[in-house]
Design a binder for this molecule. Structure first.
Ligand SMILES: Nc1nc2c(ncn2[C@@H]2O[C@H](COP(=O)(O)OP(=O)(O)OP(=O)(O)O)[C@@H](O)[C@H]2O)c(=O)[nH]1
Ligand SMILES: [Mg+2]
Length: 180
């Protein structure tokens, strides 16, 4: 059995908890009431999200979600222990959140420069969706082999395709490292 630890990171309200919930039948969340609700968002993650995905008979993913509020960013280093890959989730409804995403991405690129990752622009089916993938590539300037995909965190197939893409990247990287 091959087991992979994957972390979903991203700015406040990007959809990280939704992403983990959509994929994992059983999940743990640590969402607590916000002091002030923001629109229809009443809760925020204060520590982590967690669930397990059985990709097939040979592969399991331990999927974690990070908190999105600055006061809980100390959790990143704890969650990053033993990580095989991460998904940077971008809030496609809020182009201004891209700045926050840049900060988060910079931190992970410095902490784990070699680790496979995928950038996923969320909420693309929302009428408020207003981010261009090209603009995301310009703003974040990831290495050329890092995919930037659209995702709907509420949709099982959509989220699964992102996780599978990342697992393929992790396995390819492992193959290359073994062969070298
Ligand atoms: N339209 C649309 N809304 C989404 C999608 N994913 C999440 N949302 C909504 O976005 C809001 C935030 O979702 P969460 O999953 O709590 O976001 P989060 O990144 O875990 O938030 P924090 O933990 O507070 O940083 C909720 O109101 C979700 O219903 C999506 O794919 N499409
Ligand atoms: Mg959350």
């Amino acid at each position: 059995m091959r087991k992979y630890k994957i972390l979903v990171i991203g700015s406040f309200s990007a959809g990280k908890t939704t992403f983990v919930r959509t994929l994992c039948e059983k999940y743990l969340d640590t969402d607590r009431e916000l002091k002030e609700p923001i629109g229809d968002k009443t809760k925020t993650t204060v520590a982590l999200d967690f669930g397990v995905i059985d990709l097939d008979h040979e592969r399991k993913v331990r999927l974690y979600g990070s908190p999105g509020q600055r006061e809980f960013f100390f959790m990143w280093e704890i969650l990053a222990k033993g990580l095989h890959g991460y998904i940077l989730l971008i809030d496609g409804e809020k182009p201004e959140a891209l700045l926050e995403a840049e900060d988060i991405y910079r931190f992970f690129k410095v902490m784990m420069p070699e680790i496979p990752h995928v950038i996923a622009v969320n909420k693309y089916k929302s009428p408020k969706f207003s981010l261009d993938v090209k603009d995301v590539r310009i703003a974040l300037s990831p290495p050329r082999d890092v995919p930037i995909k659209l995702v709907d965190a509420r949709d099982y197939e959509s989220t699964l395709s992102i996780v599978k893409l990342l697992v393929d990247m992790i396995e390819k990287r492992r193959g290359r490292v073994k062969a070298a």
